[in-house]
Design a binder for this molecule. Structure first.
Ligand code: ATP
Ligand code: MG
Length: 438
């Protein structure tokens, strides 16, 4: 993409009114603009990151479930059936259509998926199933803040599992646990599963996945041993219930809690040299709640010996929150430092002198070669000062920069810089191309 033809509005000054780094940087680097409190438009740079994250989530979910798409707008009747309509409170955006029917903008989809499943699944032979969708949600948060991290409209992946019995439901839960660990690892972040409050339902399983960052809303306490869990070891397959259970025990058997569930008494048992504390951002939540919705909404299937009420679980990932959370975990004084897997572009090409013919010719060649090879490249071809362009590239956080100027070209070289390490290397035009377009 050529910057001269793009809508990438980079702000010269750090915007006021944003409390945390990710919010500031997302505004300044032109990823988002607020259109109402807690509601954002995703500009061209931002949507590329959001789509990358969404795609990683999708690919990992496809290994354990099937994608579908439920609507954002739901009928209130479904929520009355499950008994949640009144309980949900002012976070729910309630709407009336022209016929006076009560509707709502969905904050989550347990009720709807239970109804859909109930209407079409009749036999125990059709279980277990795992379904997911990636859809916008609305929650009228009292205090939307931190940009997309606590928005009112936000993109969530939510999955739902249906099993014949508790043992099966636990395996579904373990599958998602592994899928989540792999998902976050692919994004280049460390997300620790922490024991969550199972709330009013009680007695069941619930874990939150928390990314460590100083600006996190919760305080976290965990045993460093959790970092040793190997997700790629041999024999760890989604089809092997025993291996999954072993992984579950390893990943959740060590102390890891937020301030909501923290207990000094157990924390004291963690060896001091393994105690890790800090702040964290919840990016995912997995939950096994059993018969709650199937019971309330009359979901049952015929079994070999009578009727069975399926056991359910739900599994959320905050896709849009992750954009902010990843920045919180990965930025410096100059801007964002994208992990390569979620970067909007892999390479930024910069001309130091837009009025120098040789510079522009070399940059055009590099841009064309990289683009032809499928390398996602942002080309700052604007007639701007070199320093301004370099500052913009650092702010946008692309993993690599290729900087082209008359001085280097005289010696036949361009400069390749790693955003993360700051290391620079002089390479010939051909070598610079070959480094990325292999
Ligand atoms: P929180 O405690 O942060 O309010 P939650 O526990 O209410 O979140 P869940 O119902 O577990 O959220 O939703 C699943 C995921 O959706 C969360 O783990 C989070 O990543 C994301 N999420 C929830 N609320 C928001 C929001 N207001 N803005 C952006 N993402 C959100
Ligand atoms: Mg939660």
């Amino acid at each position: 993409m050529r910057l001269s033809r793009s809508f990438l509005p980079v702000l010269k000054e750090s915007p006021s009114g944003a409390e945390v780094a990710s919010h500031k940087l997302m505004l300044q680097a032109g990823l988002i603009r607020q259109t109402s409190a807690g509601i954002y438009a995703w500009l061209p740079l931002g949507i590329r990151v959001l789509r990358k994250i969404e795609q990683i989530v999708r690919e990992e979910q496809d290994k354990v479930g099937q994608e579908m798409l439920m609507p954002t707008i739901q009928p209130a009747d479904l929520w009355k059936e499950s008994g949640r309509y009144d309980a949900y409170g002012p976070e729910m955006l309630r709407i009336e259509d022209r016929h006076g029917r009560e509707m709502l903008y969905g904050p989550t989809n347990e009720d709807m998926i239970t109804a859909l499943f109930r209407d079409d699944v009749k036999s125990y032979r059709e279980l277990p199933r795992m379904l997911y969708h990636i859809q916008w949600k609305f929650r009228d948060e009292v205090r939307p803040r931190f940009g997309v991290m606590r928005g009112r409209e936000f993109l969530m992946k939510d999955a739902y599992s249906f099993d014949l019995d508790e043992a099966g439901a636990k395996v579904s839960y373990y599958r998602q646990l592994l899928a989540y660990l792999r998902t976050f690892k692919r994004m280049g972040i460390k997300a620790v599963p922490m024991q969550a409050d199972s709330g009013p339902i009680g007695g069941k399983l619930s874990h939150e996945f928390v990314v460590l960052a100083p600006s996190g809303e919760s305080e976290v306490f965990y045993d460093g041993k959790i970092e040793e869990v190997d997700l790629e070891r041999e024999g760890l397959s989604y089809d092997d219930a025993e291996a999954l259970e072993t992984l579950f025990k390893e990943a959740t058997g060590v102390y890891a809690r937020t301030d909501e569930t923290h207990e000094e008494q157990y924390w004291a048992e963690v060896p001091a040299d393994r105690q890790r504390t800090g702040r964290g951002i919840e990016v995912g939540h997995i939950f096994y709640f059993g018969e709650k919705y199937s019971q309330a909404m009359g979901l049952k299937v015929s079994g070999p010996n009578g009727e069975i009420v399926p056991m359910m679980g739900s599994y959320g990932i905050g896709v849009s929150r992750l954009v902010g959370a990843i920045i919180e975990a990965s930025h410096d004084d100059n801007g964002i430092v994208w992990p390569e897997a979620v970067a909007p572009f892999t390479v930024g090409v910069v001309t130091m002198r837009a009025d120098d013919e040789a510079t522009v010719a070399a940059a055009d060649d590099i841009y064309k070669a990289l683009t032809d090879a499928g390398v996602e490249t942002l080309y700052d071809d604007r007639d701007e000062r070199g320093g301004v362009k370099l500052g913009g590239m650092d702010l946008m956080g692309l993993p690599w920069q290729i900087v082209i100027g008359p001085r280097g070209l005289k010696d036949g070289v361009v400069e390749v810089k790693s955003r993360k390490t700051g290391e620079r290397h002089e390479l010939t035009v051909q070598d610079a191309i070959a480094k990325f377009a292999s």
